[in-house]
Design a protein around this ligand. Sequence first.
Ligand code: 5GP
Length: 216
Amino acid sequence: MYCLSKHNRFIFYNHFIFQKNISLVQGKLIIFTAPSGSGKTTLVKHLLKQDLNLSFSVSATTREKRAKETDGKDYYFISYKAFLQKIENGDFLEYQEVYDGNYYGTLHKELERVWAMGKHIIFDIDVEGALNIKRAYGERVLTVFVRPPSVEVIEQRLRRRATESKKTLKQRLDKAVAELAYEPRFDVSVLNDDLDTAKADAYEIVSKFLVCEKVL
Ligand code: 5GP
């Protein structure tokens, strides 16, 4: 059985039962994952503005803060030494060295913070992190893979964003190609060729999941 959608732009790999009006006793986890430049951050920001009772999972990272970012809102920007200490303390639900030398991770206490507010948590993380959280929280998790129309489009988007040096741009592109192969491992895919359509698809998928229970 499915949480039915007549929309043929996304594919459900797992099965759901659609049940309206169930009361939510546990917070759920919505994970958006994709190669860098696929537009997943834009989709996550869009969903956070909707009536979905979502709150963003702020990750810890060792990478440099960008001009428009705010510490504690976009990321917890911490030193490499502090990150290693948190690994040692067992503070992370998952972490990855996403790009050479830069670590990103989800803190257990971030989930507790969001659930204490009575909200569901939404993540913007890499493919390995997404699979690790799915393993840890199973049925409570929806993993959404954001598929770019092509690698060329990713490259254009990254160049337009102008946050990368020549070296890190190449790293991100190489990694993007490898990450595209992960798509079938996620619950559902959203094609991001037209942003408005992708936003509508993402809203429909997430709102249905939040009133659904999966079949075991
Ligand atoms: P950026 O440097 O562009 O903000 O992010 C680089 C990549 O790291 C993105 O794919 C982003 O989704 C991913 N990322 C951000 N936070 C986390 C996290 O906590 N864990 C993992 N595994 N990946 C993350």
